[in-house]
Design a protein around this ligand. Structure first.
Ligand SMILES: NC(=O)C1=CN([C@@H]2O[C@H](COP(=O)(O)OP(=O)(O)OC[C@H]3O[C@@H](n4cnc5c(N)ncnc54)[C@H](OP(=O)(O)O)[C@@H]3O)[C@@H](O)[C@H]2O)C=CC1
Ligand SMILES: O=C1O[C@H](COP(=O)(O)O)[C@@H](O)[C@H](O)[C@H]1O
Length: 581
């Protein structure tokens, strides 16, 4: 075996060409990439409605999967024509999901519960196994015990919850190992193989670990633990670097071992229900799309706030700050989805092509269009809240922003001159994430005098409340019933909890299932990532190079006043602070 030293890893590496993405199965009349055999539709049919030998193929966006995508990576696979798609091969295939970093916070809080929820709702294929991998020494039983503490069942369907938990936990196993040890990954491979029992195998690895060990793990997976007769995919958690250079390096290093189609860069905000609904709202209702441009929209706001600080994550956060933690990824992704042109289809590549165009059309971010803040300690009654730098893992003189607001512009025909405002902060007065679209004034408004002098207050505003209490509402002007002519601001309100009693799935459930199905629409392509970093890197360098001091704001407040000045400079008022919400 050839050994070589790679700049991508701290240790010497055995080079292995990129893993094969998948294999193609043939039916009598359709060619179907492997991703479809565990498709949501098939799995639902398997488990609930129809006999197991009845198949139909649809992706999670409802689009038929009846052709091999050029990006699927399966075209060159020599095994492609060897395995027929028969009912038995579908039900015989196995899926193993390995959570690397299984002892960590994200795995416990989100990944294992999401996997259980998928199992509970019968979304997972029949032959699946979950492996935890980390350095911490644990037995299978101890892993199960750890996982069981965070599992919950769907509110509307709890009857057999305990049974389902037992069944799920029986499918969970653990292997302790180092992240850069090929030997340890080889041991993992043997354990996975035992569970696969010689059947065709598909393997998903979720890297729930700090980014400095991503490449080591991917190397070990590639060399020792990839599937030999099915697909191997890797979900990569953020942060994907901390600027253009480090992100570029990470992309290059991962691509030494994986093809782009095997890499699923997760941005969990793209898996949130309301973010998914953004495109549905816009493209399937005639009333919105014609208004979706500079002629009618005055400004758009993307707002993220948390009512807690960086407690427990200060060490990580101080190296990144709120711009990298929330704006460069979650908010920018939503902005791109919001502003993109109509894609050719709902296919992942068509959507991601349009998003990249938006990102590449953005005006470079200027320092004067950004303000930064940092929370300070605050006492309220007998309770006192710590400041950011009170965290022992944060340097006392840290200038890392825990709050930022920015005005962005898209230099294209649709959006020329429209401010897209972003605001993100920790330790604020409330926890929420929302998109606010403020429309222009009604020209020659007949009812002008009924509104007083502040016409801005009379404009329509569309709000997509991503969380909590998911809702879509439109602020309209309405006549107060009665003989006189009094106008009132009112909401046309779609409150999800009232309209849809079912619990909304967690974003990680949707995204995990998409990765299992090979649906890439909600994952970040490398050129999207490049474009996102190109926008933010010069600004971050300037902020850090000039050591711009953040404006201090008290824990639990509405954030620095600088955010108001920034908005006012662009003739905008933050919708969340208008007093009428
Ligand atoms: N927690 C969250 O809410 C979110 C996390 N993320 C991202 O997800 C990934 C995982 O997050 P999280 O679970 O919070 O991370 P943790 O810090 O809890 O790390 C996960 C596991 O990785 C191992 N580990 C931690 N530090 C090191 C190190 N320096 N060297 C080697 N191994 C280490 C530990 O396992 P062991 O010691 O057993 O090997 C740990 O249990 C990170 O990339 C994070 O940025 C993204 C969004 C939200
Ligand atoms: O990615 C991150 O997201 C969380 C917020 O996620 P949410 O789904 O709970 O809204 C944030 O707390 C964290 O700092 C960031 O890394």
């Amino acid at each position: 075996m050839a050994r070589q030293f790679s700049p991508c890893s701290s240790s010497s590496t055995t080079f292995s060409p990129p893993l094969k993405q998948g294999i193609i199965f043939f039916t009598k009349s359709v060619i179907v990439p492997t991703r479809t055999f565990s498709s949501r539709w098939v799995s639902k049919i398997h488990s609930r409605t129809h006999p197991r030998n009845h198949f139909e193929f649809k992706s999670s966006n409802g689009y038929p999967l009846n052709a091999v995508s050029l990006h699927d990576g399966s075209a060159g696979n020599p095994l492609a024509k060897e395995l027929p798609l028969s009912d038995s091969s579908i039900s015989e295939s196995t899926l193993s999901i390995t959570v690397v970093g299984a002892s960590g916070d994200l795995a416990k809080k989100k990944i294992f519960p999401a996997l259980f929820a998928l199992f509970y709702e019968d979304w997972l294929p029949e032959n699946f196994t979950v492996f935890g991998y980390a350095r911490t020494k644990m037995t299978d039983e101890e892993l199960r015990d750890m996982i069981s503490k965070t599992l919950t069942c769907r509110i509307d369907n709890r009857e057999n919850c305990d049974d389902k938990m037992d069944q799920f936990l029986k499918r969970c196993f653990y292997h302790s190992g180092l992240y850069n040890s090929e030997e340890n990954f080889s041991e993992l491979d043997s354990k996975i193989k035992m569970k696969e029992g010689g059947k065709p195998s598909n393997r998903l690895f979720y890297l729930s670990i700090p980014p400095n060990i991503f490449v080591d793990v991917v190397r070990c997976v590639s060399v020792k633990a990839s599937s030999k007769n099915g697909w191997t995919r890797v979900i990569v958690e953020k942060p994907f670097g901390r600027d253009s250079e480090s992100s570029g390096r990470l992309i290059t290093c991962l691509k030494q071992y994986l093809t782009e189609d095997q890499i699923f860069r997760i941005d969990h905000y793209l898996g949130k229900e309301l973010v998914e609904n953004l495109s549905v709202l816009r493209f399937s209702n005639l009333v919105f799309e014609p208004l979706w441009c500079r002629n009618y929209i005055r400004n758009v706001q993307f707002i993220f706030s948390e009512d807690f600080g960086t407690e427990g994550r200060g060490g990580y956060f101080d190296n990144y700050g709120i711009i990298r933690d929330i704006m460069q990824n979650h908010l920018l992704q939503i902005l791109a989805l919001f502003a993109m042109e109509t894609p050719v289809s709902l296919d992942a590549e068509d959507i991601r092509n349009e998003k990249v165009k938006v990102l590449r059309s953005m005006r470079p971010l200027q320092l004067e269009d950004v303000i930064v803040g940092q929370y300070k300690g605050h006492s309220k009654g007998s309770k006192s809240y710590p400041g950011y730098t009170d965290d022992p893992t944060v340097p006392k003189d840290s200038l890392t922003p825990t709050f930022a607001a920015a005005a962005l512009f898209i230099n294209n025909a649709r959006w020329d001159g429209v401010p897209f405002l972003m605001k993100a902060g920790k330790a604020l007065h409330t926890k929420r994430a929302e998109i606010r679209v403020q429309f222009r004034h009604v020209p020659g408004n007949l009812y002008k005098r009924n509104f007083g002098t502040d016409l801005d207050k009379a404009t329509n505003e569309l709000v997509l409340r991503v969380q909590p209490d998911e809702a879509i509402y439109l602020k309209i002007n309405n006549k107060v019933p009665g003989i006189g002519m009094r106008l009132d601001r009112s909401d046309l309100n779609l409150l999800y909890s009232a309209r849809y009693p079912r619990e909304i799935p967690d974003a990680y459930e949707r995204l995990l299932l998409d990765a299992i199905e090979g649906e890439r629409r909600l994952f970040i392509r490398s050129d999207e990532l490049d474009a996102a970093w190109s926008l933010f890197t010069p600004l971050l360098k300037e902020l850090e190079g000039k050591k711009i001091a953040p404006e201090l704001y008290p824990y639990g407040s509405r954030g620095p006043v600088g955010a108001h000045y920034l908005a006012a400079k662009h003739n905008v008022r933050w919708g969340d602070l208008s007093g009428e919400d």
